[in-house]
Design a protein around this ligand. Structure first.
Ligand code: UDP
Length: 485
């Protein structure tokens, strides 16, 4: 048989939010580098960003492309440009958005019928895609974009309800039937776990669809969380393949700089700034693509950073002075005082490029899983500041299991805006992660993990082998399908 007969064709369908799109594009690149044909599904608005991210592998001759599906935004009452989660500002808009996504079923089915992929890898938030894949006779794999730790941990909390056996919301409980004596409190759980709401329904669908799917692909590597990887497969009974860290498929500066969005700083200027600093002397502060702090919280961060006396790169997603009509989020004369010490990036930063620079010695993060993995692979210890989603689980994994971070002391899960944190906590945590004996120890542990991460994706490593095993299974699935026909 010729090569074409063997080449697997995979569809990658991400959920329309940057934290979900970025690892999915990396995954499509990884599969194509292993000989597959990769087709990414994007909205017309996101298509140029997708194309930019895959331009280099395309130029190098890899079989990777983008097709589009159009969200019926008008039909659900949303403005034309609201085709990404980070543009939705209210709960109602998010509900409308979910409805629009569910109406993509026909378009997906037509694409599968036309392009005949061998497998669909789709985001956890697209549970309905499983039925389409089944109808079309191809396997669907789920992509969660988080760790085995948080998936198994949250399932144990859902099943055993330890939060219903404590006296108050702040009382810590140990997650039952879960390795490592991990403690959480009710305040740190997502709202849909504590009371039934629309998200509870969605997560039930996600779970049911996962059970019916072919399996789960994980952006993680076995050595990072062996006990939890085992727990996930034995206790939850899910077939899973650990193929990460996905961001490691970006080897060159250009690849790292063009992930997910147009950066708000020239990558060369950013690197020049970092080049002028000593190793491990700069803290990087960024809260992912979704977090939405108000002016008061940004002010606290500004004051804390300055008081710490440390050098920093701070990413501020939006300028609240524009929206809130006031400019007091930065103290008077702040930017001239921090001129050579601090760099504020307003908008989107080339995060992986920054983290990979030797000048970066710590990362204040909201504990999004991509950010944590990117820090681990860059060997950068963390200051954990979880906001919502599964981020409190991720914080526990970083601080209690991996011991590569210090917590800033957030007590409460609050969607998008997070619990408030005072400047003194910022100052203290930044100093702790950058200077002193504790910082040195954390750096050593992170370095060991970074080496394991790189080993995992190299030929013969655990992630490399897991992906090989998955591809082999998909080939067998295809053979079986073709025999039936
Ligand atoms: N990111 C980036 N620049 C930014 C903010 C975020 O490149 O200014 C990337 C980051 O590297 C990561 C993703 O966006 O890959 C954010 O994912 P994460 O899971 O950390 O958080 P989320 O945005 O999903 O809350």
């Amino acid at each position: 048989m010729g090569r074409e007969d063997h080449q697997l064709h995979i569809f990658f369908f991400p959920f329309m939010a940057r934290g979900h799109v970025i690892p999915m594009i990396d995954m499509a690149k990884l599969f194509t580098m292993r000989g597959c044909k990769s087709t990414l599904i994007a909205t017309p608005h996101d298509e140029p960003t997708f194309l930019k991210s895959i331009a280099k592998p395309q130029d190098s001759g890899f079989d990777i492309d983008v097709v589009t599906v159009t969200l019926p935004l008008k039909e659900v009452g949303l403005p034309e440009d609201c085709d990404n989660l980070d543009k939705l500002t209210t709960e109602e808009m998010r509900r409308q958005f979910t409805r629009a996504i569910m109406m993509l079923d026909r378009q997906l089915k037509l694409l599968i019928e036309k392009l005949a992929p061998d497998c669909l890898i789709s985001d956890m938030f697209l549970p309905w895609t499983n039925e389409i894949a089944v109808e079309c006779g191809i396997p669907r794999l789920v992509f969660h974009g988080t760790s085995a730790f948080s998936l198994a941990g949250s399932e144990c909390v859902r099943l055993y309800e330890p939060h219903k056996k404590v006296l108050c919301d702040s009382e810590p409980f140990v997650i039952p039937n879960f390795p490592g004596e991990i403690t959480l409190s009710t305040m740190q759980l997502p709202d849909w776990v504590k009371e039934e709401n629309e998200s509870t329904e969605l997560f039930t669908e996600v779970r049911e669809s996962e059970k019916r799917s072919f399996g789960v692909v994980m952006n993680s590597f076995y050595e990072l969380e062996p006990a939890y990887a085992e727990h996930y497969s034995t206790f939850l009974g899910r077939r899973s393949w650990f193929i990460g860290p996905l961001s490691l498929c970006n080897k060159e500066t250009e690849d790292k700089a063009h992930r997910g969005n147009q950066t708000s700083i020239d990558q060369h200027d950013c690197l020049k700034w970092l080049d002028s600093k000593q190793p491990n002397s700069v803290i990087y502060i960024c809260f992912g693509s979704m977090a939405d702090f108000n002016a008061a919280q940004l002010h606290e961060i500004a004051v804390g950073l300055e008081a710490s006396g440390q050098q920093f790169i701070w990413v501020v997603k939006k300028d609240p002075s524009v929206e809130e009509g006031k400019e007091e989020w930065l103290p008077d004369g702040y930017e001239s005082r921090i001129l050579n010490k601090g760099l504020i990036i307003r908008g989107w930063a080339p995060q992986v490029l920054i983290l990979d620079h030797e000048a970066i010695g710590g990362f204040v993060t909201h504990c999004g899983w991509n950010s944590i993995l990117e820090a681990v692979t860059a060997s950068v210890p963390l200051v954990t500041w979880p906001i919502a989603a599964e981020q409190f689980y991720n914080e526990k994994q970083v601080n209690q299991v991996l011991k590569i971070g210090v917590d800033i002391g957030v007590k409460r899960w609050v969607r998008l805006s997070g619990d408030s944190v005072k400047s003194e906590r910022v100052e203290e945590a930044v100093k702790r992660v950058l200077v002193g004996e504790e910082a040195v120890e954390m750096r050593k542990r992170t370095k060991a993990l970074a080496e394991m991460a790189r080993g995992a994706v190299e030929e013969g490593g655990s992630s490399w082998s897991d992906l090989g095993a998955l591809l082999q299974e998909l080939r067998l699935q295809r053979l079986a399908r073709h025999k039936k026909i």
